[in-house]
Design a protein around this ligand. Sequence first.
Ligand code: MN
Ligand code: MN
Length: 287
Amino acid sequence: MTHHLLLDASSLLYRAFHALPSSIRDEAGRPVGAVRGYLDMVARVRADRRPDVLVHVLDDEERPRARVAAWPGYKAERPAPPPELLEQFALLRELLAAAGERVAYAVGWEADDALAALAAAAAAEDTVEVLTGDRDLLQLVDDGGPVVRVLFTERGVSQLGTYDEAAVAERHGVPPARYADYAALRGDPSDGLPGVRGVGEKTARDLITRFGDLDGVLAGVQALPPRLAERLAHAADDLTAMREVVPVRRDVALTVEDTPADEGALAALAAERRLEGALARFLEARA
Ligand code: MN
Ligand code: MN
């Protein structure tokens, strides 16, 4: 019976980058605020949850080929990450390796998919907690066999919501197993996914509740008011594409890096990057 804490490091570092002032810098003037925020967040959650296993999970590819092939607009409009964030991804990788932390990713895929594969690999009696700011991961929530919960950064990085099946249903009106169908109907502008014109959260939820799933909705359009039926019929091809885009992939090949800790390198790096305080808190929470 193992308690896994899986960190969506890509999503969390991004959140920390935007939540913390860019004035936090090292001696050389390089920004380190996102890494400091990440280390502090992980320290707090680790101390609170006391997992047996903790894994930092990264995007390997933000726009996986299969998703882009199905929907060329997938994340196409996203601005390129600023260099100050990319540098901190490199710094985080270096720190985690020196600290002997476990890092995982799936070559060619997003952290979302690597997290899904890790959760799927847990034993039935295990508990898995996924810490993320990416609501796509609500798809993974499961009340048993193994238990999978999502700890969601509701605001900034300090306020966490805990999502079990009831909480997903309460917040979104659909069970986790139907979340992808609901998201396909609703769309997700931040990922470049349009959804169905005129269908927001409420209508998407009502449609899934009434017809059970996306197939049911598409089979049932003639029972709907003409305007909505027309919009759904018009979006049928897009919705088919969404089945390749929105669901997380549990079948991706994982790369897991377990680098032996190098205390000398870690201390030197922390000093150079003015991260001694955050690192001390991080290591204390691990003890
Ligand atoms: Mn993600
Ligand atoms: Mn995502």
